[in-house]
Write a protein that binds this ligand. Structure first.
Ligand code: FES
Ligand SMILES: [Fe+2]
Length: 341
């Protein structure tokens, strides 16, 4: 079960072209394409005629044409042409999904169209700001989306899972502060007077001791921005070498999740070698997470009923986020239930 009244990342802008492409978001198959003037469109990827996937067809003008018997659908999902007859049946239409394209991401609203509010699309401006340089990755995780949220909210795992890249022994020694603002949970950890993580130190051009910090800001249920970096000891964070890790977490189904990852930095912005080094290093980090969460998913499925997580102090953010996610799910289900009596 997924929260549907929200924006999910469905693709990178570069992946959506005039050639239709399929993406499954929260078990809903979508076809994505662009109209002649470049606007991104998302429709249900199932022809109204005989359920053939529209993503196997082609674009004709601003419409997508089914590759089986040629029904054509406009950007609003309404059938505009039935090659075999002049009359177009009234039921010949497919669902259209609200789309927002911003900073290189394509967001779709999977729930009630009337509730789609563009102002709720998260801030990702760093990807578009010349003062920052960005590296991106996309990975299909073989786990439920909750495990990725927990992973991002408890970064003590870096010490053990990411030893060669962003893990340092000292991380779990520092406590966290948790803040909740509506549907946003922030978990902040400050690590004063420590060395920069191995993956970053070279590209940052730093040596010696700094104040390191990372704050995970989870916009429940689909997006995290990690405010991370190092600054001179005792100095404000804004003065430091800063990183914004943007994470679009998009469920495919109960055991598969797309991970759209962008890493923006305000240091070595024009250094091609730094971009290359980070690209490789960050892929390692993501792969380590993907491998671990695949194994954890197996563990979750093997776990007998009645056996539950043992949460500790460092899981305070995880616990708060879970509660909010469950509340959102319950509210949507209650609203979807027909009124009694
Ligand atoms: S299934 Fe699409 S036109 Fe027949
Ligand atoms: Fe990780």
């Amino acid at each position: 079960m997924f929260v549907l009244n929200t924006w999910y990342v469905a693709a990178w802008s570069t992946e959506v072209t005039r050639k239709p492409v399929r993406r499954v978001v929260c078990k809903q198959p979508l076809v994505l394409y662009r109209t002649q003037d470049g606007a991104a469109v998302a429709l249900a990827d199932r022809c109204a005629h005989r359920a053939y996937p529209l993503s196997a067809g082609r674009t004709v003008g601003d419409s997508v044409e089914c590759g089986y018997h040629g029904f054509a659908y406009g950007p609003d999902g309404v059938c505009t042409r039935v090659p075999a007859q002049a009359a177009i049946p009234a039921r010949a239409r497919v669902r259209r999904y609200p789309v927002v394209e911003k900073d290189g991401w394509i967001w779709v609203w999977t729930g009630d169209e009337d509730l789609a509010d563009e102002s709720l699309v998260p801030d990702t401006h760093w990807m578009n700001d010349p003062a920052w340089a960005t590296v991106t990755h996309t990975m299909l995780f073989e786990c439920r989306h909750d495990l990725i949220h927990d992973n991002l909210l408890d970064l003590t795992h870096e010490t053990f899972l990411h030893k060669t890249t962003v893990g340092d022994d000292y991380i779990p020694e520092y406590g966290i502060t948790v803040e909740v603002d509506g549907n946003v949970v922030t978990v902040d950890r400050l690590m004063p007077g420590v060395e920069a993580p191995p993956l970053y130190a070279r590209t940052m051009g730093t040596e010696g001791l700094y104040d390191r910090f990372h704050a995970t800001e989870f916009h429940i249920p689909s997006y995290h921005v990690l405010h991370s970096g190092i600054t001179a000891q005792g100095r404000p964070r804004e003065e430091g070498h800063l990183i914004k890790v943007l994470n679009g977490i998009t469920p495919v189904d109960e055991r598969t999740t797309w991970y759209y990852y962008a890493f923006s930095r305000n240091f070595a912005v024009d250094a091609e070698w730094a971009t290359k080094e980070l690209e490789t290093g960050l892929e390692t980090v993501l792969r380590e997470d993907a491998d671990a969460l695949r194994e954890q998913e197996i563990g979750m499925r093997e776990r007998p009923d009645g056996e539950h997580d043992v949460l500790i102090g460092q899981d305070a953010g995880v616990a708060r986020a879970r509660r909010i996610l469950n509340q959102l799910l319950a509210a949507e289900q209650a609203a979807a239930r027909p009124a009694q009596g």
